[in-house]
Design a protein around this ligand. Structure first.
Ligand SMILES: [Zn+2]
Length: 371
């Protein structure tokens, strides 16, 4: 049985070594342990397993992996660091809270990237697999065309804007039909019961069927940086990103490289001219408005404020949220310059991002993608 608590007192139901139940395991052994109740999250839904410790009167166990081979059976792979543990022992089981929080950040970041993909490319960019662990996420999606550098920047920009906008995260259990009516993104190929868990980030901005763990507010993710995007097979692409402190470390390392290169080349580390970004929808350089700035007090306006140079930032109360296309021009590159389909025009009326329809069959979202 799984609980929502991160620590609890329970008992050892079984100790398994090399696939066989054994009465006892001793220091130095790596064994599998089943508990009567567990606070540990087993790897599922693309999210890596919890780590932590199990302590008994006579033993300390370090939990290195948690799997759910069949429904309702959770198996902890542990190393016995001291003492010995036996079936029937009373133990305290405690999840590594920092690790769990970092994992939750990465999982929530995966949902933001998925929402940003729909926003940028459209709902045909269906998630086909995902994997996330502390500091890292990847998401595979169905898409036949190359994704331009500009689209990649936009995906990253939308996800980071969602982080800055401090969107609340909520989970609700509801009937499957109710979730479909809300436009929650589901995984075809996954079997769902009548009751499903829907995770929302910023209401309709991101609404997915998901059993994973999440932050309470998007701002807790801190920062996200896309590190790669490319083809992983016919009609399939993968986007990878670092999250939180790992994202910062990556950007800081890149800054060091740029400093070194500019020193070697005796060049000035200025932002280069990037004529391809000088389009109506693209972010522009400091001091330039992304579009004509309406008169003060116009809630539909809200030009750049503070140090935030991205388009569509929040302005006056009632101004745009992440998903408000009314304040952003659609990128022509995303859909080859074709006119916006009807659902996109609908979305201007306040619907969520990419919620025009239930995804088409064939996807396998929220399952661990192949490495
Ligand atoms: Zn999820």
């Amino acid at each position: 049985m799984v609980t929502t608590s991160l620590a609890l007192t329970t008992s050892v139901a079984a100790v398994i070594k090399d696939g066989v139940a054994v009465p006892v395991a001793t220091a130095g052994d790596t064994v599998e342990v089943i508990l009567a109740e567990t606070p540990f999250y087993a790897e599922s839904g693309g999210q890596d397993a919890d780590t932590g410790e199990i302590r008994g009167a006579n033993a300390t166990l370090h939990v290195i992996d948690v799997q759910k081979p069949v429904a309702d059976v959770i198996v902890h792979t542990v190393t016995v660091t001291e003492g010995e543990v036996a079936a029937g022992d009373q133990v305290s089981a405690e999840v590594d809270r920092v690790n769990r929080h970092q994992a939750s950040k990465a999982h929530s970041a995966t949902h933001l990237i998925h929402a940003a993909l729909h926003e940028t490319l459209g709902t045909d960019a269906n998630q086909a697999g995902s994997y996330n662990k502390p500091g890292y996420m990847r998401l595979d999606f169905s898409w036949r065309n190359p994704v331009t550098a500009m689209a990649r920047e936009e995906i990253e920009g939308i996800a980071n804007r969602a982080i800055r906008e401090e969107l609340p995260v909520s989970t609700n259990v509801m009937n499957l039909d109710e979730a479909k009516n809300l436009g929650a993104m589901a995984l075809f190929g996954e079997k769902y019961g009548d009751r499903v868990r829907v995770v929302e980030i910023g209401g309709p901005f991101s609404r997915e069927l998901c059993a994973g763990t999440h932050v309470a507010n998007s701002s807790q993710i801190g920062l996200l940086t896309v590190t790669s995007e490319g083809s992983v097979g016919s009609g399939a692409r993968r986007i990878e990103a670092l999250v939180g402190a790992d994202a910062f470390s990556h950007l800081a390392a890149e800054r060091s490289i740029v400093a070194e290169l500019t020193s070697t080349l005796k060049a000035r580390p200025e932002e280069p001219e990037r004529p391809h970004r000088r389009t109506a929808h693209a972010p522009v350089r400091r001091g330039e408005a992304t579009r004509p700035v309406p008169p003060a007090g116009d809630a539909a306006g809200g030009g750049p404020t503070g140090g935030d140079r991205n388009r569509g930032q929040r302005g006056a109360p009632g101004g745009a949220r992440v998903g408000d296309r009314g304040r952003r021009r659609r990128p022509a590159h995303a859909r080859d310059g074709r006119p916006h389909p009807p659902w996109r025009r609908e979305a201007r009326g306040g619907r969520g991002i990419g919620r025009g329809r239930w995804p088409s069959p064939g996807g396998h979202r929220d399952q661990r993608s192949r490495p």
